[in-house]
Design a binder for this molecule. Structure first.
Ligand code: HEC
Length: 214
């Protein structure tokens, strides 16, 4: 009968060998995958482009004639999985909005022509308030009083953040406010990359209610 100690040693060294073997991964090598068909989608993966038809052949579980890792669409140019958008088309977001194209220095034009595409409803206003609280309150204050507003913690440090309801600021048009949120103005930074277009228009709605305050 074999000594259990020796069996343990054999199992132990076997395990260590397997473990270290599995660590051999690099930039172009993901190492050994356990049950690879759990990771490789049957459908085309838009961001994966593997053109070698035999890639992963040894672990293939499909009967499509390709290796397990092969991922290319032979019906597209260059076997790409992504489709090239039709020429002269413009992307719209999920709400059907076109990208906002006016550059920073077109603020006067924006102020004149840009109109809020969202309906004037309580729901939009409520959502605008939530967004305003997240993105603007720390500088402009919950009541839009600017640096004088007690809740404008950052705004106090900044100083000179205008109150929405005073003077010329109370008369800024919706297009102007939208443009300012998108591109920033003077000492205020741009928020276009952080707040999506539809949300910026919601914020505009809420800011307009603050403009009317005394
Ligand atoms: C980091 C602080 C900061 C944040 C955050 C901020 N602002 Fe401002 N905002 C300012 C400052 C400072 C000014 C004054 C800019 C100047 O005139 O130099 C200003 C000015 C404005 C003006 C007046 C522009 C004009 O033409 O006079 C509007 C409208 C405005 N902000 C809206 C917003 C909205 C809406 C948000 C949230 C999406 C926001 N701001 C976020 C600091 C901020």
């Amino acid at each position: 009968m074999m000594n259990t100690n020796i069996i343990f040693q054999i199992l132990f060294f076997g395990l260590v060998t397997v473990l270290f073997g599995a660590c051999d991964a690099g930039v172009n090598d993901t190492g050994t995958e356990y049950a690879p068909n759990m990771y490789h989608a049957v459908s085309y993966e838009p961001l994966i482009q593997i053109t070698d038809e035999d890639a992963g052949e040894w672990v293939n579980s499909d009967d499509n004639g390709y290796g397990e890792y092969f991922s290319s669409n032979p019906n597209n140019p260059f076997g790409m999985n992504m489709r090239i958008p039709a020429e002269n088309t413009v992307p719209r977001n999920e709400n059907g909005m076109l990208p906002y194209r006016l550059p920073k220095d077109s603020i006067e034009l924006a102020a004149r022509i840009m109109k809020n595409p969202l309906p004037d409803t309580d729901k939009i206003l409520e959502e605008g308030k939530v967004l305003y609280t997240k993105y603007c309150t720390h500088c402009h204050g919950a009541n839009g009083g600017g640096s004088m507003d007690e809740t404008a913690l950052v705004g106090k440090v900044y100083q000179g953040v205008p109150s929405y309801s005073s003077g010329a600021t109370s008369r800024l048009s919706e297009g102007h406010i939208f443009h300012v949120i998108t591109h920033g103005i003077r000492r205020m930074g741009a928020h276009g990359s952080q707040v999506q277009q539809e949300d910026r228009w919601k914020i505009v709605r809420y800011v307009q209610t603050l403009q009317k305050q005394d």
